[in-house]
Design a protein around this ligand. Structure first.
Ligand code: BEZ
Length: 161
């Protein structure tokens, strides 16, 4: 698993459509912010609690120092875009598709959900990133829980970073 102090892996994800590539390291270049990962777009905990928290707490997180916020899941870019739209994330949280699980693998947070959801997914996590360096890394122990990776838990980490 990626360690605090390590650099973000230089991985291309998709935003808005499968042919629109975004380098995660371009988003955090010279900026402090939050990267969080979820097991799936629209799954109950991800939708009603996890993403919702980051959207609702946007002002609080911005005041605490977040200049950029990014949500990733092993889903396609159309699904991530639709999820962001119905969740009020536009202009607040970048909704990035890790379609092939490359980022989840590189960070060591791959989650085997083949039986339930058909594919390998991403463990639920949050991280403070400063200029592409991982400053804190909160990974749910069981991969899907809703504890250490929630928006209210990261405010003090942002302030310290
Ligand atoms: C969720 O509630 O977010 C969830 C449910 C099943 C699998 C993964 C996530």
């Amino acid at each position: 698993m990626a360690k605090v102090g390590a650099s973000l892996p230089d991985i291309e994800l998709q935003e808005g459509a499968p042919d629109k590539s975004v380098k995660i390291t371009d988003l955090f270049k010279g900026k402090k912010g939050i990267l969080f990962g979820v097991p799936g777009a629209f799954t109950p905990g991800c939708h009603k609690t996890h993403l919702k928290g980051y959207v609702t707490d946007y002002d609080k997180l911005t005041k605490a120092g977040a200049e950029v916020m990014v949500c990733v899941a092993v889903n396609d870019a159309f699904v991530m875009e639709a999820w962001g739209d119905v969740s009020g994330a536009k202009g607040k949280v970048h909704m990035l598709a890790d379609s092939h699980g490359n980022l989840a693998r590189a960070l060591g947070v791959e989650l085997d959900m083949e039986k339930m959801l058909g594919t390998k997914r991403c463990k639920r996590f949050s991280a403070v990133i400063d200029n592409n360096v991982i400053k804190s890394f909160n990974v749910e122990q069981d991969g899907t829980g809703l504890t250490c990776s929630l928006s209210n838990e990261i405010v003090s980490q942002l302030q310290k970073a």
